[in-house]
Design a protein around this ligand. Structure first.
Ligand SMILES: NC(=O)c1ccc[n+]([C@@H]2O[C@H](COP(=O)([O-])OP(=O)(O)OC[C@H]3O[C@@H](n4cnc5c(N)ncnc54)[C@H](O)[C@@H]3O)[C@@H](O)[C@H]2O)c1
Length: 295
Protein backbone atom coordinates (compact mmCIF):
# COMPACT_ATOMS: atom_id res chain seq x y z
CA UNK A 1 0.00 0.00 0.00
CA UNK A 2 1.30 3.44 -0.86
CA UNK A 3 1.37 5.66 2.22
CA UNK A 4 -0.17 9.03 1.40
CA UNK A 5 -1.80 10.19 4.61
CA UNK A 6 -0.29 10.02 8.10
CA UNK A 7 -2.31 10.74 11.22
CA UNK A 8 -0.29 12.18 14.09
CA UNK A 9 -2.01 11.83 17.48
CA UNK A 10 -0.88 14.48 19.97
CA UNK A 11 0.17 17.92 18.76
CA UNK A 12 2.68 18.73 21.49
CA UNK A 13 6.45 19.05 21.29
CA UNK A 14 6.98 15.72 19.49
CA UNK A 15 3.68 15.42 17.60
CA UNK A 16 4.11 18.92 16.17
CA UNK A 17 7.63 18.08 15.01
CA UNK A 18 6.54 14.76 13.53
CA UNK A 19 3.64 16.45 11.70
CA UNK A 20 6.12 18.99 10.30
CA UNK A 21 8.65 16.48 8.98
CA UNK A 22 5.83 14.33 7.56
CA UNK A 23 4.30 17.29 5.70
CA UNK A 24 7.76 18.39 4.51
CA UNK A 25 8.33 14.87 3.18
CA UNK A 26 5.20 15.26 1.03
CA UNK A 27 2.70 13.28 3.12
CA UNK A 28 -0.79 14.52 3.83
CA UNK A 29 -1.02 14.90 7.59
CA UNK A 30 -3.93 14.80 9.99
CA UNK A 31 -2.97 16.52 13.23
CA UNK A 32 -5.01 15.30 16.17
CA UNK A 33 -5.24 16.36 19.81
CA UNK A 34 -7.93 16.59 22.46
CA UNK A 35 -8.55 20.32 21.93
CA UNK A 36 -8.42 22.43 18.77
CA UNK A 37 -6.37 25.08 20.61
CA UNK A 38 -3.61 22.47 21.16
CA UNK A 39 -3.61 21.59 17.47
CA UNK A 40 -3.59 25.27 16.53
CA UNK A 41 -0.62 25.86 18.82
CA UNK A 42 1.27 22.98 17.20
CA UNK A 43 0.33 24.15 13.73
CA UNK A 44 1.42 27.74 14.47
CA UNK A 45 4.76 26.46 15.74
CA UNK A 46 5.25 24.60 12.45
CA UNK A 47 4.28 27.74 10.49
CA UNK A 48 6.79 29.77 12.52
CA UNK A 49 9.61 27.27 11.96
CA UNK A 50 8.88 27.14 8.22
CA UNK A 51 8.89 30.93 8.10
CA UNK A 52 12.41 30.87 9.58
CA UNK A 53 13.43 28.51 6.76
CA UNK A 54 11.93 30.96 4.25
CA UNK A 55 13.94 33.81 5.80
CA UNK A 56 17.11 31.72 5.54
CA UNK A 57 16.18 31.00 1.89
CA UNK A 58 16.15 27.25 2.54
CA UNK A 59 12.60 27.03 1.20
CA UNK A 60 10.40 29.45 -0.73
CA UNK A 61 7.22 31.11 0.51
CA UNK A 62 5.33 28.91 -1.95
CA UNK A 63 6.99 25.77 -0.43
CA UNK A 64 5.88 26.90 3.01
CA UNK A 65 2.26 27.33 1.86
CA UNK A 66 2.33 23.94 0.10
CA UNK A 67 3.68 22.19 3.20
CA UNK A 68 1.10 23.82 5.46
CA UNK A 69 -1.71 23.01 3.00
CA UNK A 70 -0.92 19.30 3.46
CA UNK A 71 -1.92 19.52 7.13
CA UNK A 72 -5.51 18.90 8.23
CA UNK A 73 -6.63 19.34 11.82
CA UNK A 74 -9.07 17.11 13.67
CA UNK A 75 -10.09 16.65 17.29
CA UNK A 76 -12.07 13.51 16.46
CA UNK A 77 -10.64 10.11 15.69
CA UNK A 78 -13.14 9.56 12.83
CA UNK A 79 -10.64 11.43 10.64
CA UNK A 80 -8.42 8.33 11.03
CA UNK A 81 -10.54 6.60 8.39
CA UNK A 82 -8.45 8.51 5.84
CA UNK A 83 -5.10 7.58 7.40
CA UNK A 84 -2.69 5.06 5.83
CA UNK A 85 -0.32 5.15 8.83
CA UNK A 86 -0.71 6.44 12.39
CA UNK A 87 2.00 7.90 14.62
CA UNK A 88 1.01 8.42 18.24
CA UNK A 89 2.79 11.07 20.32
CA UNK A 90 0.32 11.65 23.18
CA UNK A 91 1.14 11.70 26.90
CA UNK A 92 3.62 9.14 28.18
CA UNK A 93 0.93 7.18 29.99
CA UNK A 94 0.01 3.56 29.36
CA UNK A 95 -3.73 3.98 29.88
CA UNK A 96 -3.89 7.10 27.67
CA UNK A 97 -2.02 5.37 24.87
CA UNK A 98 -4.01 2.12 25.16
CA UNK A 99 -7.26 4.11 25.02
CA UNK A 100 -6.11 5.92 21.88
CA UNK A 101 -5.04 2.75 20.06
CA UNK A 102 -8.16 0.83 21.03
CA UNK A 103 -10.36 3.57 19.61
CA UNK A 104 -8.27 3.87 16.46
CA UNK A 105 -8.28 0.08 16.03
CA UNK A 106 -12.03 0.21 15.52
CA UNK A 107 -11.85 3.13 13.06
CA UNK A 108 -8.74 2.60 10.91
CA UNK A 109 -8.60 0.33 7.88
CA UNK A 110 -7.20 -3.10 8.56
CA UNK A 111 -3.88 -2.66 6.76
CA UNK A 112 -2.98 0.56 8.59
CA UNK A 113 0.17 0.32 10.73
CA UNK A 114 0.15 1.95 14.18
CA UNK A 115 3.42 3.46 15.40
CA UNK A 116 4.04 4.79 18.89
CA UNK A 117 6.65 7.40 19.73
CA UNK A 118 6.70 6.24 23.36
CA UNK A 119 9.96 6.82 25.24
CA UNK A 120 9.56 3.96 27.65
CA UNK A 121 6.40 1.86 27.34
CA UNK A 122 7.04 -1.61 25.89
CA UNK A 123 5.82 -1.81 22.29
CA UNK A 124 4.56 -5.38 22.81
CA UNK A 125 2.33 -4.15 25.67
CA UNK A 126 0.76 -1.43 23.51
CA UNK A 127 0.44 -3.78 20.54
CA UNK A 128 -1.38 -6.35 22.69
CA UNK A 129 -4.08 -3.76 23.44
CA UNK A 130 -5.04 -3.81 19.73
CA UNK A 131 -6.23 -6.45 17.29
CA UNK A 132 -3.27 -5.70 15.02
CA UNK A 133 -0.08 -6.59 16.96
CA UNK A 134 1.57 -7.51 13.64
CA UNK A 135 0.87 -3.97 12.38
CA UNK A 136 2.15 -2.21 15.48
CA UNK A 137 5.63 -0.76 15.96
CA UNK A 138 7.73 1.68 17.94
CA UNK A 139 8.91 4.71 15.97
CA UNK A 140 11.02 6.68 18.40
CA UNK A 141 11.93 10.20 17.27
CA UNK A 142 14.25 12.57 19.12
CA UNK A 143 13.70 16.18 20.06
CA UNK A 144 13.66 18.61 18.28
CA UNK A 145 12.23 16.35 15.60
CA UNK A 146 13.01 18.56 12.57
CA UNK A 147 16.68 18.69 13.65
CA UNK A 148 17.50 15.29 15.14
CA UNK A 149 18.32 12.71 12.49
CA UNK A 150 17.71 9.45 14.31
CA UNK A 151 14.60 7.32 14.53
CA UNK A 152 14.72 4.09 16.54
CA UNK A 153 12.52 1.47 14.89
CA UNK A 154 11.31 -0.99 17.51
CA UNK A 155 9.41 -4.10 16.43
CA UNK A 156 7.27 -5.73 19.14
CA UNK A 157 7.08 -9.48 19.56
CA UNK A 158 4.56 -9.91 16.73
CA UNK A 159 5.43 -7.00 14.43
CA UNK A 160 5.62 -8.16 10.81
CA UNK A 161 8.60 -7.61 8.55
CA UNK A 162 6.33 -5.59 6.26
CA UNK A 163 5.43 -3.18 9.07
CA UNK A 164 9.14 -2.70 9.83
CA UNK A 165 9.86 -2.04 6.15
CA UNK A 166 6.99 0.46 5.81
CA UNK A 167 8.13 2.32 8.93
CA UNK A 168 11.74 2.49 7.79
CA UNK A 169 10.65 3.79 4.38
CA UNK A 170 8.57 6.54 5.97
CA UNK A 171 11.41 7.55 8.30
CA UNK A 172 13.80 7.63 5.38
CA UNK A 173 11.42 9.78 3.31
CA UNK A 174 11.31 12.15 6.29
CA UNK A 175 15.09 12.45 5.96
CA UNK A 176 15.84 10.35 9.05
CA UNK A 177 18.38 7.60 9.66
CA UNK A 178 16.99 4.51 11.36
CA UNK A 179 18.34 1.84 13.67
CA UNK A 180 16.45 -1.34 14.52
CA UNK A 181 16.26 -1.84 18.25
CA UNK A 182 14.80 -4.65 20.35
CA UNK A 183 11.77 -3.97 22.51
CA UNK A 184 13.73 -3.74 25.76
CA UNK A 185 13.18 -1.18 28.55
CA UNK A 186 14.40 2.25 27.42
CA UNK A 187 15.20 0.90 23.96
CA UNK A 188 18.79 1.88 23.05
CA UNK A 189 19.45 5.61 23.23
CA UNK A 190 17.43 6.34 26.38
CA UNK A 191 18.96 3.34 28.16
CA UNK A 192 22.51 4.52 27.49
CA UNK A 193 21.63 8.14 28.14
CA UNK A 194 19.91 7.32 31.45
CA UNK A 195 23.04 5.58 32.74
CA UNK A 196 25.02 8.70 31.84
CA UNK A 197 22.46 11.05 33.38
CA UNK A 198 22.31 8.97 36.56
CA UNK A 199 26.04 9.61 36.99
CA UNK A 200 25.45 13.36 36.48
CA UNK A 201 22.73 13.30 39.17
CA UNK A 202 25.10 11.49 41.53
CA UNK A 203 27.73 14.16 40.98
CA UNK A 204 25.13 16.80 41.78
CA UNK A 205 23.99 15.05 44.96
CA UNK A 206 27.59 14.49 46.08
CA UNK A 207 28.32 18.18 45.51
CA UNK A 208 31.07 17.40 43.00
CA UNK A 209 30.04 20.54 41.11
CA UNK A 210 27.02 22.84 40.89
CA UNK A 211 24.14 22.04 38.56
CA UNK A 212 25.17 24.83 36.17
CA UNK A 213 28.78 23.68 36.19
CA UNK A 214 27.81 20.08 35.44
CA UNK A 215 25.81 21.33 32.44
CA UNK A 216 28.72 23.54 31.38
CA UNK A 217 31.28 20.75 31.81
CA UNK A 218 29.31 18.22 29.78
CA UNK A 219 28.72 20.77 26.99
CA UNK A 220 32.29 21.98 26.75
CA UNK A 221 34.08 18.81 27.78
CA UNK A 222 32.07 16.28 25.81
CA UNK A 223 30.75 18.57 23.11
CA UNK A 224 27.10 17.85 23.93
CA UNK A 225 24.80 20.59 22.59
CA UNK A 226 23.07 20.77 25.99
CA UNK A 227 24.01 19.75 29.51
CA UNK A 228 22.00 16.95 31.17
CA UNK A 229 19.83 19.29 33.27
CA UNK A 230 19.17 21.74 30.43
CA UNK A 231 18.26 18.79 28.25
CA UNK A 232 15.92 17.37 30.90
CA UNK A 233 14.09 20.73 31.02
CA UNK A 234 13.93 20.86 27.24
CA UNK A 235 12.59 17.32 26.88
CA UNK A 236 10.22 17.47 29.87
CA UNK A 237 11.27 16.40 33.37
CA UNK A 238 8.37 13.91 33.57
CA UNK A 239 9.60 12.08 30.48
CA UNK A 240 13.06 11.53 31.97
CA UNK A 241 11.37 10.38 35.17
CA UNK A 242 9.25 7.77 33.39
CA UNK A 243 12.31 6.54 31.50
CA UNK A 244 14.18 6.02 34.82
CA UNK A 245 11.14 4.27 36.33
CA UNK A 246 10.77 1.97 33.34
CA UNK A 247 14.48 1.14 33.32
CA UNK A 248 14.54 0.51 37.07
CA UNK A 249 11.47 -1.73 36.94
CA UNK A 250 12.77 -3.48 33.83
CA UNK A 251 16.37 -4.21 34.84
CA UNK A 252 16.13 -4.00 38.66
CA UNK A 253 19.48 -2.25 38.43
CA UNK A 254 19.89 0.33 41.25
CA UNK A 255 21.76 2.66 38.91
CA UNK A 256 18.39 3.47 37.29
CA UNK A 257 16.50 4.16 40.55
CA UNK A 258 14.72 7.52 40.01
CA UNK A 259 16.19 10.24 42.21
CA UNK A 260 13.84 11.62 44.86
CA UNK A 261 14.34 15.21 43.74
CA UNK A 262 13.32 14.22 40.21
CA UNK A 263 10.12 12.71 41.54
CA UNK A 264 9.46 15.85 43.59
CA UNK A 265 9.84 18.09 40.55
CA UNK A 266 7.31 15.96 38.66
CA UNK A 267 4.83 15.88 41.56
CA UNK A 268 5.08 19.69 41.89
CA UNK A 269 4.40 20.13 38.17
CA UNK A 270 7.86 21.60 37.51
CA UNK A 271 8.27 19.84 34.19
CA UNK A 272 10.86 22.13 32.58
CA UNK A 273 10.58 24.80 29.94
CA UNK A 274 6.96 24.06 29.12
CA UNK A 275 5.80 24.84 32.69
CA UNK A 276 8.26 27.69 33.35
CA UNK A 277 10.28 25.75 35.94
CA UNK A 278 12.21 22.51 36.06
CA UNK A 279 15.84 22.16 37.04
CA UNK A 280 16.09 25.85 36.08
CA UNK A 281 13.63 28.74 36.38
CA UNK A 282 12.44 30.27 33.08
CA UNK A 283 9.66 32.47 34.46
CA UNK A 284 11.60 35.71 33.85
CA UNK A 285 12.05 34.78 30.17
CA UNK A 286 15.65 33.77 30.80
CA UNK A 287 17.17 30.55 32.11
CA UNK A 288 18.09 31.13 35.77
CA UNK A 289 19.40 28.80 38.48
CA UNK A 290 16.79 27.86 41.10
CA UNK A 291 17.43 28.70 44.71
CA UNK A 292 14.36 26.92 46.09
CA UNK A 293 15.35 23.28 45.54
CA UNK A 294 17.84 21.49 47.71
CA UNK A 295 19.76 18.46 46.60
N1 LIG B 1 9.89 15.17 24.65
C1 LIG B 1 10.79 14.40 24.08
O1 LIG B 1 11.97 14.76 23.90
C2 LIG B 1 10.41 13.04 23.58
C3 LIG B 1 11.31 12.32 22.79
C4 LIG B 1 10.93 11.08 22.27
C5 LIG B 1 9.67 10.58 22.57
N2 LIG B 1 8.81 11.29 23.37
C6 LIG B 1 7.47 10.74 23.62
O2 LIG B 1 6.55 11.40 22.77
C7 LIG B 1 5.27 11.47 23.41
C8 LIG B 1 4.81 12.92 23.47
O3 LIG B 1 5.76 13.68 24.18
P1 LIG B 1 5.77 15.29 24.09
O4 LIG B 1 7.06 15.72 24.67
O5 LIG B 1 5.40 15.73 22.71
O6 LIG B 1 4.57 15.65 25.10
P2 LIG B 1 3.64 16.96 25.12
O7 LIG B 1 3.07 17.01 26.49
O8 LIG B 1 4.37 18.13 24.56
O9 LIG B 1 2.48 16.58 24.07
C9 LIG B 1 1.55 15.56 24.27
C10 LIG B 1 0.27 15.96 23.55
O10 LIG B 1 -0.61 14.83 23.54
C11 LIG B 1 -1.91 15.34 23.70
N3 LIG B 1 -2.81 14.26 24.15
C12 LIG B 1 -2.93 13.74 25.38
N4 LIG B 1 -3.89 12.79 25.39
C13 LIG B 1 -4.37 12.72 24.14
C14 LIG B 1 -5.40 11.95 23.52
N5 LIG B 1 -6.12 11.07 24.22
N6 LIG B 1 -5.65 12.13 22.21
C15 LIG B 1 -4.93 13.04 21.49
N7 LIG B 1 -3.96 13.81 22.03
C16 LIG B 1 -3.68 13.65 23.33
C17 LIG B 1 -1.79 16.45 24.73
O11 LIG B 1 -2.90 17.32 24.73
C18 LIG B 1 -0.48 17.10 24.26
O12 LIG B 1 -0.73 18.15 23.34
C19 LIG B 1 5.45 10.80 24.78
O13 LIG B 1 5.09 9.45 24.67
C20 LIG B 1 6.95 10.95 25.02
O14 LIG B 1 7.44 9.98 25.90
C21 LIG B 1 9.14 12.52 23.86
Amino acid sequence: MEIKTIMVVGAGLMGGGIAQVAAQAGYNVIMNDVKMEFIDRGFNTIAGLLEKQVKKEKITKKDKETILSRIDKSVVFDAAQKADFVIEAAFENLEVKKGIFQQLDAICRENVVFASNTSSIPITTLAAATRRPDRFIGMHFFSPVPVMRLVEVIPGLKTSGQSVKTTEEIASKMGKETVRVKDVPGFLVNRCNAAFRAECFKCLLEGVASLEDIDKAIKLGLNHPMGPFELADFVGVEIGYSVFKTLYEGYKDPKFAPFLVLEKLVISGDLGRKTGKGWYDYTSGEKKPRTDITF
